[in-house]
Design a protein around this ligand. Structure first.
Ligand code: 2AM
Length: 509
């Protein structure tokens, strides 16, 4: 019997993401060897789907290794955490070469990817690639965020560029015409090499943090319009559909319009959204972003606020009990309806700019911390298609960083600055309305606090430093003296002030 040609890549882990990614790769004419710990799942997958490009079912890790061309490339798509190490160890024990490339495409914490790259360096090239776009993205074109050894990237690149989502080179808009067996083959791929070790998984984590705040902002817009204007789901759906024609054009706004017009399958004439329990779940990647912001000392307050908003939503029982004793105003709005809808739109857009500014600030800081050189224009560009946060807006971010790759903060780009100038009166009115009507809008409010804090020459931290010096002799610097000179006042005896220059910085709290 003639020998079957070897597969271009192997894939381990045939849950939905793994299956769909394998089918996507095969649709692009690559041969994929697939393996799953539970063999029956692999057999059923092969029996169900065997595209002409080719899937090769492997029953053991040894078979998988024998089925793939050198340098061998393996995608691991198993649950993030110990399973990734378990599978990598299995590959190593089964005899892969030091030049073989093991790509973790799961939602791994970037520090694990950094650790794994080092830990397995003598046995293989461990590589991390973020994948965004959910099941549909994996099947027809995800946004792929690769990070690892640059030489390994050259081997992965043809497959990654083929299977990634594509955007129109002129408009930057996603080309979403793929169907099984008919992939999109033209356009600019939503993938690019992002840097060594954990850079890809880091950027994916930031993507997810931004996704949290994007969703929270949309939720607040929906909630304010629904409570202040008494609008029902179908009308709200039409508003979001209209917004989707303009600057807010994005996947998340589009699905919001779809969701809001979905009738409830159990109550004729009602809408499903009104029956869905208001407690949000999470898988933890938003928390990772927030933890990273705290670790690095970056004020990503809106991203963090979005995570807290989910936590608060989960306290459903407590909220029900608290709703009785804890009072507040009854929402009422008597102004112009169209004006308020426009104002909420502007509030959403201005807040979104601040949220993305925070996400990019995190990446700016991380590249110093982890010794990467991240290209922000490229990162925004590969998020234009395939991923959950895909949006027209991302082309604007690409443009901003193309104009100035050293941009200190997105807010300082002329386009974004202009947008906030235009929208901020409406934004402030919406935040005020939320406050006076007792409606929680933590994302709108925190984004505004970020904007106003960031543009403030002075903040009340002078008083804070005084307090720290008062109770803990933590010292302070003075506005009329050079930076780096630290002072301490003997506070408890204010009638006999004594100033002493203290060398070196003070301690904690
Ligand atoms: P399974 O079908 O045998 O459970 C998502 O959980 C995917 O990861 C599944 O394909 C699952 O295989 C696989 N997986 C989870 N833990 C694993 C492990 N420790 N080793 C190998 N595969 C694992």
């Amino acid at each position: 019997m003639p020998q079957q040609p070897l597969a271009d890549i192997g894939l381990i882990g045939l849950a939905v993401m793994g299956e769909n990614l394998a089918l996507n790769i095969a649709d692009h004419g690559f041969k994929v060897a697939v393996y799953n710990r539970t063999t029956d799942i692999m057999r059923k997958f092969i029996a169900r789907e065997n595209p002409p490009g080719g899937l090769v079912g492997c029953e053991t890790i040894q078979q998988l290794i024998a089925a793939v061309k050198r340098p061998r490339k393996f995608i691991i798509l198993v649950k993030a955490g110990p399973a990734v190490d378990a599978v990598t160890q299995q590959l190593i024990e089964a005899g892969i070469d030091t030049d073989d490339i093991v790509v973790d495409c799961g939602n791994s914490l970037f520090t694990d990817t950094i650790r794994r790259e080092k830990q397995y360096a003598d046995e293989c090239k461990f590589f991390g690639s973020g994948v965004s776009g959910g099941e549909i993205g994996a099947r027809f074109g995800p946004s792929l965020m690769p990070g690892g050894d640059p030489n390994s990237w050259q081997h992965l690149r043809p497959i990654w560029e083929a299977i990634a989502a594509k955007v129109d080179p002129k408009t930057g808009k996603p080309i979403e015409t793929a169907t099984p067996g008919h992939p999109v083959t033209t356009g600019v791929p939503c993938t690019a090499y992002l840097g060594p070790n954990g850079a890809g998984h880091y950027v994916k984590m930031i993507h997810n943090g931004i996704e949290y705040i994007d969703m929270q902002l949309i939720g607040e817009a929906y909630w304010l319009m629904s409570n202040l204007l008494g609008l029902k789901a179908p009308e709200l759906s039409r508003i979001f559909a209209t917004w989707n024609q303009g600057d807010l054009d994005s996947y998340l706004i589009q699905i919001t319009a779809d969701i809001l017009q979905q009738p409830d399958p159990m109550h004729m004439g009602d809408y499903l959204v009104d029956y869905i329990l208001d407690t949000a779940g999470q898988k933890g990647t938003g928390k990772w972003t927030s933890t990273n912001a705290l670790d690095m000392g970056v004020p990503a307050n809106s991203i963090t606020e979005a995570v807290f908003a989910r936590f608060l939503s989960a306290l459903k029982h407590e909220r029900i009990d608290a709703s009785k004793p804890l009072t507040g105003p009854t929402p009422s709005y008597t102004g112009n309806k169209e004006q308020l809808i426009n104002a909420v739109r502007d509030a959403l857009y201005c807040s979104k700019i601040c949220a993305y500014a925070q996400g990019f600030q995190l990446m700016r800081e991380a590249q110093k911390e982890y010794n990467w050189k991240l290209d922000f224009a490229t990162i925004a560009a590969i998020w234009r298609g395939g991923c959950i946060i895909r949006a027209r807006f991302l082309q604007k971010i690409t443009d901003a960083y193309t104009r100035n790759s050293d941009l200190v903060n997105l807010l300082l780009d002329p386009y974004f600055n202009d947008q906030i100038k235009t929208g901020q009166t409406n934004w402030r009115n919406v935040v005020s309305l939320a406050a006076t009507n007792g409606l929680p809008a933590p994302a709108f409010m925190s984004a505004m606090a970020y904007y106003d804090g960031y543009r403030s020459v002075r903040l009340p931290a002078n008083l804070l430093q005084a307090q720290r010096d008062y109770f803990g002799a933590h010292t302070y610097e003075r506005t009329d003296q050079p930076r780096g000179q630290f002072y301490h006042l003997d506070w408890p005896e204010p009638s006999r002030p004594q100033i002493a220059i203290v060398k070196g910085a003070g301690g904690g709290h």
